[in-house]
Structure formats: structure tokens, C-alpha cells
Design a protein. Structure first.
Length: 186
């Protein structure tokens, strides 16, 4: 049985400078994950994105946790994006990244001061817009990564740096691939 060691809050806090050293304007898409159904994850090398379908293959289009008044999935939570540096630290093993439930893992500064709500990001041929919906840890996050990780991402600094990640909507359909550049757009 493979025992996973969760880092302490002190160990996590000591790694903040590494996370804060993420690229500001041009980063890298390091992983793509879809969630076809609850607790199912598939890591992809490439994927289509569209305003109508979200991250194609992901359950957002038919089972979003946030909906519009008419019952359609809310576009502001189409794509969940997390810092590859943060998840790398918390998950401890790359094969455990997908357990976070996020779609895209990027090496880019996701802090509120760098990618505030409304900031557009180019990824592959798609364009995303960061939404104002906060992304916080759920009970499953605590089970999978430990209480210290949840406290770390939910701390005052963690919230400012968006350590748990951000939500985005798709404003231009396109194809994305692991290794694509992620660019802040004007």
C-alpha cells in the first residue's frame, strides 16, 4: 500500500516563494483533466473548449454545481484552473493532481493582483476569462490532500494568491494541448 505523506502547514508555507515566483504574463499548460462523472478523472494531452460545451468531455455541461435560473450550467464555472506549482506541492505526486477536480494546471501566477476577475487568458486557440466566482476547497479536497493543505489554500495569503485556483468561462472556442503557452491578454 502506497502511503501518501501530507505536508504540514509550516512546510507548505515555506514553499510560498516558489509559488510566488510563477511567470506573470506567459506561462505553460502542464496538464488537462476532465471529469466525465462524479469521482471519475481522465488526463488528456489535448482537448476542445467551447462556450456551449465547456471543456469537452467534462461533466460541467450536464452536471454543473452552479446553474443559471433556467437550470442551464453557469458559464462562470466552465473551467477550473489551478497553479501547477501549488498542486505539485500539495499532491506530492503528479498522478494525484487530478484528484483536485480541476481542469487545467498552469505554471502562471494566478494571484488576484495578476489575474483578477475579467482577465482574459489565451491558451492554444481558445480564450478564457477569469470569473469572480471564488474557488475554495471542499471536503474531498481535505480528504485527498489533508487539513493543512486546505488551511494553506484558504488562508488570507492563499486566497490572495488564488492557491486553490480560479474559475473561468470560455469566450472563444478552440483547441488546447499540454505544453501550450498560457498568455495574459490585454
Amino acid at each position: 500500500m502506497n502511503v501518501i505523506k501530507h505536508l504540514s502547514r509550516e512546510e507548505l508555507d515555506a514553499c510560498l516563494p516558489h509559488i510566488q515566483d510563477s511567470p506573470q504574463d506567459r506561462g505553460l499548460l502542464e496538464a488537462i483533466v476532465i471529469r466525465p462523472s462524479t469521482d471519475e478523472r481522465r488526463q488528456l494531452l489535448a482537448c476542445e473548449l467551447s462556450p456551449e460545451g465547456g471543456v469537452h468531455g467534462d461533466r460541467w455541461a450536464h452536471e454543473s454545481w452552479m446553474t443559471l435560473p433556467d437550470g442551464r450550467p453557469h458559464p462562470d464555472v466552465q473551467v477550473s484552473i489551478m497553479s501547477a506549482r501549488t498542486i505539485g506541492l500539495i499532491a506530492n505526486q503528479e498522478e494525484r493532481w487530478q484528484l483536485s477536480g480541476d481542469n487545467l494546471f498552469v505554471d502562471l501566477d494566478l494571484s488576484d493582483s495578476n489575474v483578477p476577475s475579467g482577465q482574459r487568458l489565451g491558451v492554444g486557440t481558445a480564450v478564457l476569462e477569469v470569473s469572480a466566482v471564488p474557488h475554495g476547497p471542499c471536503g474531498k479536497f481535505v480528504e485527498r490532500y489533508g487539513k493543512a493543505a486546505a488551511q494553506f489554500v484558504n488562508s488570507r495569503t492563499g486566497k490572495q494568491l488564488h492557491l486553490r485556483g480560479v474559475y473561468a468561462k470560455i469566450v472563444k472556442a478552440g483547441t488546447i494541448r499540454v505544453g501550450d503557452v498560457v498568455t495574459k491578454l490585454a
